[in-house]
Design a binder for this molecule. Structure first.
Ligand code: URA
Length: 438
């Protein structure tokens, strides 16, 4: 087999076989197919697409390019959850301990965020001492012992995916739904997941902003999972306004703790329970998502979710005093309020703009190696649909650089729209693939 022949095949709109896809990925991983040929192939895929069989083969080849975790010795299904990324999205911090407290092992390997705010790993690292760099053996032990471990991506898992993603990033080929689906699913498969909940974010703060594309991605990932014998549900959720009120790493951990203490924002609690309910259904813990939601609500109320979160923190070296006393989290040198220029209903809180401004303050990254400021971010005071008086606080900016705060304040103005009429309530969920019960 020659890479050039396969590039031409895809360029001409033909279908690649499983063997051909494995050949390309293995050779690329070994350094035998150079970046320039893989870049050409990616561009051919970008324009010609991949069918479900090709996408599944690509997923499997990427998953098998490194270590593949095996939890079969547990004798029970292992769950995982993935979000395509949103502003203020701290659902994992709430849902994962609740699902684990329900007796379902959840093994999560997460990425760091790039752009907007940090990823789950950055958020957890804002807890002093919390280690996200676990040896794989320790990760597996913790899943067995506590039903829960969360660690950062390692080079040992899906190395070809890491190389391919870096190449897509610099060749304009990230935005292809088959490539995105294979990238996400390969990491879930390599991490040993049997049941996977995919939270596909749609809206102004998500990387997918068109309904059709979000459902297509949801569908593609569901089909890949099915082909590979995994239980998968994709939920397309609203990312037009930030989730909860806090955007920024330590600020989001504090907010997640407030939800686990039964005092958090309603949208966050509702979505965490809803998504968790689907996951419990996938592993046959409950008969349907409603029952799952009720079970998780019970665990939230009893404090079992919070106790599981603290166990996660303690097991991975974090200081649990921060869970008991969130006021211990460091705060920034400066806090600047932003107020409403007029009275009216909040018609929009543009998640994308809020995310950009939070990143500017230090809560996110503009390049891969950038250090995150764990304390930086934005705390909103309202949700879309609230009535605000003139001069009322809309948001508080947390930052350590006075000049950047001034800049950020200007950038934040256009994130809010205030009008005479109350807007329609935003739905939390746009749809589920497949429709449940299935
Ligand atoms: N997230 C991923 O993990 N991969 C993609 O290709 C896009 C988003």
């Amino acid at each position: 087999m020659k890479a050039l022949d396969l590039i031409n095949k895809k360029k001409n709109g033909e279908t690649l076989s499983k063997e051909e896809i494995y050949f390309l990925i293995n050779a690329f991983n070994a350094g035998d197919v150079p970046d320039y040929q893989m870049a050409a192939l990616l561009m051919a895929i970008y324009f010609q697409g991949l069918n479900t069989k090709e996408t599944t083969a690509l997923t499997a080849a990427l998953a098998e390019s490194g270590e593949v975790l095996d939890f079969s010795f547990l004798g029970t299904a292992v769950a995982d959850k993935h979000s395509s990324g949103g502003v203020g999205d701290k659902i994992t911090l709430i849902m994962a301990p609740l699902v684990a407290a329900a007796g379902v092992p959840l093994a999560k390997i997460s990425g760091r965020g790039l752009g907007f705010t940090g990823g789950t790993i950055d958020k957890l690292e804002s807890i002093p001492g919390f280690s996200t760099q676990l040896p794989v053996k320790r990760f597996i032990e913790l899943v067995q012992k506590n039903n829960l471990a969360i660690m950062a991506q390692t080079d040992k898992l899906t190395p070809a995916e890491g190389k391919l993603y870096a190449l897509r990033d610099v060749t304009g080929t990230v935005e292809n739904l088959s490539l995105i689906a294979a990238s996400i699913m390969s990491k879930k498969i390599a991490a040993g997941a049997d049941a996977i909940l995919l939270d596909v974010k749609l809206g102004k703060g998500a990387f997918i902003q068109e309904r059709e594309a979000a459902f297509q991605l949801a569908e593609t990932m569901f089909r890949i999972g099915n082909e590979m014998g995994r239980q998968v549900v994709s939920v397309v959720t609203n990312m037009n306004q930030p989730l909860g009120f806090a955007v920024g790493n330590a600020l989001e951990v504090k907010e997640a703790l407030s939800v686990l203490s039964g005092e958090g924002p309603a949208d966050l609690e509702q979505l965490s329970l809803l998504l968790g309910g689907y996951l419990l259904t996938l592993v046959d813990k409950v008969r349907n998502p409603d029952e799952g939601e009720q079970e998780l609500a019970r665990l939230l109320k009893s404090g079992a979710g919070l106790a599981k979160f603290k166990e996660l923190v303690a097991s991975q070296g974090g200081d649990t005093a921060y869970c008991d006393h969130p006021a211990l989290f460091p705060s920034t040198k400066y806090r600047q309020k932003m107020t409403a220029p007029r009275a009216g209903y909040l018609r929009e809180i543009h998640a994308g703009k809020i995310g950009q401004v939070a990143a500017m303050l230090g809560a996110g990254r503009f390049y891969k190696e950038q250090q995150i400021d764990p304390a930086a971010g934005i705390v909103l005071s309202h949700k879309v649909g609230d009535f605000v008086a003139e001069g009322e606080t809309l948001a508080c900016l947390h930052g350590n650089d006075k000049n950047i705060i001034e800049e950020a304040l200007k950038g934040l103005n256009s994130a809010f729209a205030i009008g005479e009429e109350r807007p329609e309530d935003l739905p939390l969920v746009y749809g589920v693939v497949p429709p449940f019960p299935c």
